[in-house]
Design a protein around this ligand. Structure first.
Ligand code: 5GP
Length: 175
């Protein structure tokens, strides 16, 4: 079995969560299994080692888990893209729309310097709204978003295509 298939079979599908009709893709099963956690990180390391990158930006909250380990492995800094109201210093925010209402993501104004080459990472792409907002935020700070990455793509929701249509390169481990 290849590494991607191995990870895919360990991801747990939870029916009717967070609401009836929705199947949640649960990555905690990947994280708790030492072999799949390592294989997952190694797939990202394989893709990005030797690429010219300055930072990994991880999206609150599961993007922190993979993003920080990856940053450490690649000898890069890590910056968090947080949900509203969590960061203590000066922040910039980007709003995005959810099925009902709006949400926003925030970063510290000094977390990225203009021209820095940033890998943006989260656990999953659904509508793409979260990664698009995070990318806009990074770009407003002057970053060069080299790629938007995730473990899982839900291509039927069109999110990865929307992120590509915005001009970003997209990489996902599985769908
Ligand atoms: P999007 O903004 O692309 O519609 O939704 C992606 C965001 O919602 C990500 O931050 C992701 O963590 C979360 N998300 C939505 N659905 C799922 C799911 O089925 N599994 C996981 N692990 N995260 C999800």
């Amino acid at each position: 079995i290849d590494p991607t298939q191995y990870i895919r079979q360990i991801i747990r599908n939870v029916p009717d969560w967070p609401k009836p009709g929705v199947t949640f893709r649960d990555i905690t099963t990947v994280l708790q299994d030492p072999r799949s956690f390592r294989v997952l990180i190694d797939l990202f390391v394989y893709r990005y080692m030797g690429q010219k990158l300055d930072l990994v930006a991880g999206v609150d909250a599961r993007g922190f888990i993979v993003g920080s380990v990856l940053a450490y492995e690649l000898n890069l800094g890590f910056v968090p893209v947080r949900k509203k109201g969590k960061l203590p210093f000066n922040t910039v925010a980007e709003e995005y729309s959810l099925e009902y209402g709006n949400a926003s993501v925030e970063m510290h104004t000094d977390s990225v310097r203009p021209g820095q080459r940033v890998l943006l990472i989260d656990d999953l792409i659904a509508t793409g709204g979260t990664l698009l907002a995070a990318a806009r935020l990074l770009q407003r700070l002057g970053a060069n978003v080299v790629e938007a990455a995730a473990i899982i793509d839900l291509p039927e929701l069109g999110g990865s295509q929307a992120v590509k249509d915005s001009g970003l390169s997209v990489y996902t481990v599985c769908s």
